[in-house]
Design a protein around this ligand. Structure first.
Ligand SMILES: NC(=O)c1ccc[n+]([C@@H]2O[C@H](COP(=O)([O-])OP(=O)(O)OC[C@H]3O[C@@H](n4cnc5c(N)ncnc54)[C@H](O)[C@@H]3O)[C@@H](O)[C@H]2O)c1
Length: 346
């Protein structure tokens, strides 16, 4: 099988923790080179995955003629310049979330990718979770009727760590909302098949001392009329995390728990109603959940294979950069709403 020859920029973080191990399992990928901020780390990762070359500068990796595509997993403030340099070097790009520090930066990256004729996808890999795919199918098939209410909740414990780039606004672009909310907002719009048109937000640093938000709540009205509500927290212990995604409509509901995660797993409960006649007793007891059978895989492998098919076979990009830029608009509208204490129309 033909393979995409990959280079990884910023190989030492999530790339080493999840994405490169996922890439190693992909049937259409070959890891050619890795880049890190110093040669010692780059070489360590090269050896771990038996890649051909290690670099300590993005420019050097981008000059490697054997590389077709790059995966960019650096702190967010480097995304824009590295993506533009990659596009200019005619490399296809898989870029981590959130795509850039601002909507304008994301749009500039996209424009240059188009100019250079390279493809760009974003690392919103939770779309590939088997349960999220099932949820999308139920909505697409109209099984839930008219969507009315949607909720997402995603948490992790992230205390003060001096120097951590995620806690410095000029390096991350924001806190819990941009780091965790990006996934929940994307999944809601993706599964609902509808985008936010009105956004209201509250966000603040309630528990820790860093300058970015450690919790944020975002309310959206989608174009299809559904109301969606997203809570994200850096201040709930991992042992107490639930991480829920819930959809409600005039014909049913779906509740996923533990699926907002880096590992495919969790549970999904689907309740459907053939006829929604009025019942003054509000009987809720004799409804059997729909049986849902899925096989779990590796979301990072699926992400790499999917973008590989877009590069090699022209398959439509499953997580296009345009969608990530739109999610960015929603998140920044939520921050604006929190600041101005008013609804923002997109
Ligand atoms: N999709 C996911 O599952 C997922 C999970 C975690 C993080 N992320 C995203 O990945 C990106 C990185 O996050 P992380 O958790 O890996 O951070 P991290 O701090 O764990 O790792 C970042 C790596 O980038 C390297 N680096 C720093 N400056 C660099 C530069 N100028 N050029 C190249 N490399 C540089 C660091 O040495 C480090 O190894 C962020 O955009 C983040 O939101 C995605």
């Amino acid at each position: 099988m033909k393979k995409v020859r990959w280079g990884v920029i910023a190989a030492g973080g999530i790339a080493d923790r999840r994405t490169i191990p996922g890439m190693m399992l992909a049937d259409n990928a070959e890891l050619v080179a890795v880049m890190e901020i110093n040669m010692e780390l780059a070489e360590k990762i090269r050896a771990k995955y038996n890649a051909k070359r290690a670099y300590d500068s993005a420019e050097a990796l981008l000059a490697d003629p054997e590389i077709d595509a790059v995966y960019i997993a650096s702190p967010v403030n480097y995304h824009k310049d590295q993506a533009i340099a990659a596009a200019r070097a005619k490399k296809h790009i898989l870029i981590e979330k959130p795509i850039c520090m601002t909507v304008e930066d994301g749009e500039e990256v996209l424009r240059i990718c188009k100019e250079e004729g390279v493809k760009i996808a974003t690392g919103l890999m939770m779309r590939y979770h088997a349960y999220h795919q099932v949820m999308k199918k139920f909505v697409d098939e109209g099984k839930l009727g008219q969507l009315t209410s949607i909720r997402g909740q995603f948490t992790c414990w992230y205390p003060d760590i001096p120097g951590a780039w995620r806690q410095i606004k000029s390096e991350s672009g924001g806190g819990a909302l941009v780091d965790l909310g990006v996934h929940a907002i994307d999944l809601i719009q993706y599964i609902a098949g509808s985008k936010a048109k009105v956004v209201a937000g509250m966000s603040d640093t309630k528990v820790f001392n860093y300058e970015v938000d450690d919790q944020a709540s975002t309310l959206m009205e989608l174009e299809n009329g559904a109301y969606a509500y997203v809570d994200v927290n850096f201040n709930i212990p991992d042992a107490a995390a639930i991480c829920r995604l819930e959809f409600y409509g005039t014909r049913g509901s779906m509740r996923a728990e533990g699926t907002l995660s880096q590992v495919e797993g969790g549970t999904l409960t689907v309740l459907l109603s053939d006829e929604a006649g009025y019942d003054a007793q509000q009987n809720r007891n004799d409804v059997e959940p729909v049986e849902v059978n899925v096989e779990f895989g590796n979301m990072y492998t699926k992400e790499i294979e999917s973008f590989g098919r877009s590069i090699l076979d022209g398959q439509e990009i499953e997580v296009p950069a345009e969608d990530a830029i739109q999610v960015q608009k929603v998140m920044y509208a939520a921050y604006e709403s929190a600041e101005k204490k008013k609804f923002i129309e997109l």
